[in-house]
Design a protein. Structure first.
Length: 277
């Protein structure tokens, strides 16, 4: 009786171990903290199936503003971070939270506004356009979410010599949300808004909005990717995360980025520097 009971217990224990083992062995998935623009533009929807077909690795994306994405990575809640605010990325590296930063791709920011252009900024430099918007108190929507786009917007106001602490008024509306929400708000308000080109090209609820300023060299928008440092967070899936980084900067990954288009327009332009920084 005793030996039979022992045998049953051992069999049950073996069954539990057997059931649990494949889940661990087959857990080929990573978490990527990234910007809303890479998600809202549809880029990840294009890239991730190609990456999985190549490697068998699943990628779960946490789409946030760049500041929030970096904070998620600082907590160890992501394996990889893929964002677009170089100063913030370099601070993240200097703090020891990232291993290396690799440049992946770029596009540009565009100033969106009503087709009627009440501030009269169409075709001007971004500096002159922001001065005109502030002078005429034309409605402007800011993401206000510590994202890469928000950081770029604040830098551009500063470049234009406008101190938002004293100059802002009812015309300037911060929403604390992502790019899609900011564009929707601008559409509803017939307001100006700074957007990355990729999200704008994929945005369908444009209403009476159009690009009013583009092509200024100060609107350049670089994206970088980093593996979260496993020395800070041992739970980071170092090998799987690095495989994703390596694929993005490989010839295959770069070609996949270049191949993503909407209505015949390329949204992102690969420019990987494989050595990293």
């Amino acid at each position: 009786m005793r030996s039979r009971l022992c045998a049953m217990l051992l069999a049950g224990l073996f069954g539990i171990m057997l059931a649990a083992r494949p889940a661990t062995a087959e857990d080929r998935s990573i978490v990527v903290a990234s910007t809303t623009s890479t998600q809202d533009s549809g880029l990840f929807g294009h890239l991730l199936p190609l990456f999985k077909a190549k490697t068998g690795i699943d990628v779960r994306v946490i789409a946030q503003g760049t500041g929030q994405a970096l904070d998620t990575a600082r907590r160890g809640d992501a394996d990889v971070v893929f964002v677009h605010a170089r100063a913030q990325e370099e601070k993240f590296l200097a703090e020891g939270f990232g291993v290396k930063r690799y440049e992946v791709m770029y596009n540009d920011f565009v100033l969106i506004g009503p087709k009627a252009d009440p501030a009269g900024v169409k075709g001007q430099s971004i500096e002159a356009a922001l001065k005109a918007i502030q002078a005429k108190a034309a409605p402007f929507v800011s993401r206000g979410d510590r994202s890469g786009t928000h950081a770029a917007e604040l830098a551009l106001w500063k470049l234009a010599g406008i101190d938002l602490e004293t100059a802002r008024g009812p015309w300037y509306r911060e929403i604390g949300q992502g790019m899609g929400a900011a564009l929707n708000t601008a559409s509803a308000m017939e307001a100006y808004v700074l957007s990355d080109r990729g999200t704008w090209l994929s945005f369908r609820n444009r209403g009476d909005l159009a690009i009013v300023v583009e092509g200024d060299k100060r609107l350049f928008n670089q994206y970088g990717v980093m593996l979260v440092n496993p020395e800070k967070h041992p739970q980071v899936k170092k090998d799987l995360g690095q495989a994703f980084v390596d694929w993005l900067v490989s010839g295959e990954g770069q070609a996949a980025i270049a191949g993503y288009q909407i209505d015949g327009q390329q949204l992102f332009f690969p420019n990987a520097e494989k050595k990293g920084s």
